[in-house]
Each structure stands twice: as structure tokens, then as C-alpha cells.
Write a protein that binds this ligand. Structure first.
Ligand code: SAH
Length: 355
């Protein structure tokens, strides 16, 4: 049986749990301070707690529910962490250094049930939902790696394996811990949740926490989107965009629409024109992601010229557009590559033995 991790609880919840075990009320804050501010993850080193309390914590609780199996370093500085759950599943978390930003891309599920046709994770099917502690722990592990690079994680995106809105309860709990000033201490503005369009859960997310929303659109007609994102058959484009219109966002925030560009599938000038019409009236920005190819994918990345033409048309239509530079594709850490079979050349820069 896995011991309970302190990472699944906000300060108030941990205070209640520890009080029930005889700890003073302020101990929870001390424990979380060690973990999140001082990067001390071993109860025995938490020197302002009494020795017997440290022992009691170590006997009944753990910090990391996930074990780091390997870290793969990409040429561009991207780090892919392979983490193992207590029941033997393997998940991936990606740390993306960019100028002053250090973004961690977290997984919300083992595998994914959505089966988007161009995504490697979809091939795996759904294993299970990750717990809140397992989601928070990905940030803690990434923070640890970021520190070795002399930096702190600044942004969190739920764009790893899985569909966060199909595990909303645990995702929300993880976000509460991450934005708790005495725990993760992140601003909700620096957290983005990406969804393939689980419409009924979008409002619930927005009402619960003021995080940013990203929507994986990828197509401008239902016919094409049905093929790429099977979930579209339940929640077609018009319904999805209606939910976006209702998503609570303050004036300066925009919803990001991710648009994975696939050669001859959704990269035409006509698509760009339709996309302008679709997002009109929404506070939106469009993030173009040229397809990252992976073994077994039968779609192709568009030519660079097609990507720039598409971006130009959007810009002329006064749509804010960015092109996502592919990060970490040499280590299969880029969008839609998580879970893809590792190349043989891929060697971990740090491989820890199992505990
Ligand atoms: N399930 C959520 C979270 C995953 S985010 C969602 O769909 O939004 C990962 C993003 O990468 C999604 O926009 C996904 O559609 C995109 N993606 C998946 N496979 C890709 C690939 N091969 N190349 C580029 N982007 C891809």
C-alpha cells in the first residue's frame, strides 16, 4: 500500500489531518514550507520539527508519490521526466525552458481515452486518472530539475498526457494546492488547462479557479474535426465555441486555441479564413502547432510556407496568432508525442535506480 502523500492536501487540509494525529496546528505550514520553498523533500531533514514528529511523518506519510525513473535532456534544453506511479504506470512530464519562463507540462491521466487520430498518447488508451498528489508531484519533480538548471518553474500547463477535464475533481484539487500561497504559491494566471472540448466541464473549471483555458480546436469544419478529435461527435464546434463564449475570463485574458497543422488536412487558406470567422467576437489567440510526427502516425507536418501563409491570413484577419516552436522533439517530448516509443538513441541523462 502506498503511504499518503502530503502533496495532495492544501495547508488547511493538511493541518486538519496532522492535528488528528496530534501535531500542533502550525506544523502543516512548516512541512509545506520545507517542500515548496526550501526544496527539502525528506521529513528527517525538516529540522524545525521535533525528532519524534519527523519519525511519525516518515512512518505515516510520504512526499513523492511518484518515483523518477529517468530524465531525458533535449538539444534545446527541454527535459522530459519519466515518472513511475506506485502501481507501476509510467507517465511523462516535460520541463520547457524559454528565456525567463520555465514551463512545466503536466499529465492528468495515465494514457488518454480520447483517441485523437494524430496524437501518440491516444494510442495508449486510458490507464487511470492521476490523483491530485501525483499531479502536484510532477511540478515538485520538475522544480527539482529546474533548480539544477538554476531556475524556478514559473508556469504550469496541463498539456501532457490525458484530458484534464475528464479528471476534473483531482485536477481542481491539484490546482488548489498549487495556488495555495503556503503550498505551491503559483498564481492561477500562470496555470493553463487545455481541453479537447469536454463542454459540460468547462464552466465548472472556470467557476472553481481563475486559471487560463486552452482549447484544442485543430479544425474548422465538423467533418474534419470528427476525424481528428472523435470527441467532436459529442460536442461539435458550435457547441464548443458557445462554451468558450461563456467561459469566465477577465478583460485582458484570452482563450488560446491550439491548432495542430496537418499537411493537406487542415492547412489550407480556406481553413484560415473559416478560423477567422469562428473565433470572431471571442477574446482569443490562436497557437499554431505544426504537427510533430511520431512513429506510426500517418499524418504529415505541413511545409513551413503553408504555416506562414496560414499565420499571415489570420493576422490579416486581426486574429492574434503565434506559431509554437516545437520543443523537445528529439526526445519525443513535444506535443502529442508523450507515450511514443522512445527511440533507441534516446539515452537518459540521469537514470535513478528504483527505490
Ligand atoms: N487532452 C488535452 C490536453 C493535451 S494538450 C487537449 O487535447 O487539449 C496537448 C496538445 O498537443 C493538444 O492540443 C493536442 O491536440 C496537441 N497534439 C497532439 N498530438 C500532436 C502532434 N502529433 N503534433 C502536434 N500537436 C499535437
Amino acid at each position: 500500500m502506498k503511504p499518503k502523500s502530503v502533496l495532495g492536501s492544501s495547508t488547511a487540509e493538511l493541518r486538519d489531518a496532522l492535528s488528528a494525529q496530534g501535531f500542533e496546528a502550525y506544523r502543516a505550514e512548516q512541512v509545506l514550507h520545507w517542500i515548496f520553498r526550501r526544496n527539502v523533500l525528506d521529513f528527517s531533514a525538516m529540522s524545525n520539527l521535533r525528532l519524534e514528529q519527523r519519525r511519525q511523518l516518515a512512518a505515516e506519510w510520504c512526499v513523492h508519490p511518484l518515483e523518477r525513473a529517468a530524465v531525458f535532456g533535449g538539444e534545446d534544453g527541454t527535459q522530459k521526466l519519466q515518472l513511475l506511479t506506485h502501481d507501476g504506470a509510467s507517465i511523462e512530464t516535460v520541463l520547457i525552458p524559454e528565456d525567463r519562463r520555465y514551463t512545466v507540462c503536466v499529465s492528468s491521466q495515465v494514457g488518454c481515452s480520447l483517441d485523437c487520430s494524430f496524437c501518440a498518447t491516444g494510442r495508449l488508451g486510458l490507464g487511470r486518472n492521476l490523483g491530485a498528489d501525483e499531479i502536484v508531484d510532477q511540478v515538485v519533480h520538475a522544480q527539482d530539475v529546474a533548480h539544477t538548471m538554476g531556475n524556478d518553474v514559473s508556469h504550469i500547463v496541463f498539456m501532457g498526457m490525458g484530458e484534464p477535464l475528464l479528471n476534473l475533481k483531482n485536477v481542481l484539487q491539484a490546482i488548489r494546492v498549487l495556488i495555495d500561497p503556503k503550498a505551491g504559491g503559483f498564481s492561477p494566471k500562470r496555470i493553463t488547462v487545455s481541453t479537447a472540448g469536454v463542454v459540460p466541464k468547462m464552466a465548472e473549471l472556470g467557476q472553481a479557479v481563475p486559471v487560463r483555458l486552452a482549447v484544442s480546436l485543430h479544425a474548422t469544419t465538423d467533418e474534419v474535426r470528427n476525424r481528428l478529435v472523435p470527441l467532436n461527435r459529442r460536442f461539435p464546434i458550435a457547441t464548443l465555441l458557445e462554451a468558450c463564449r461563456r467561459y469566465p475570463a477577465s478583460d485582458r485574458e484570452r482563450i488560446s486555441f491550439e491548432y495542430t497543422m496537418i499537411r493537406d488536412v487542415n492547412d489550407s487558406a480556406a481553413d484560415a479564413q473559416r478560423l477567422i470567422k469562428l473565433v470572431r467576437g471571442l477574446r482569443a489567440k490562436v497557437n499554431l502547432i505544426p504537427l510533430n510526427e511520431h512513429p506510426g502516425a500517418n499524418f504529415r507536418r505541413p511545409h513551413d510556407a503553408a504555416v506562414s501563409r496560414f499565420a499571415d491570413i489570420l493576422a490579416h484577419g486581426r486574429v492574434t496568432v503565434t506559431v509554437r516552436r516545437s520543443r523537445g522533439d528529439d526526445i519525443y517530448a513535444a506535443c502529442g508525442q508523450l507515450g511514443a516509443v522512445a527511440r533507441e538513441a534516446e539515452t537518459p541523462i540521469e537514470a535513478e535506480t528504483r527505490r
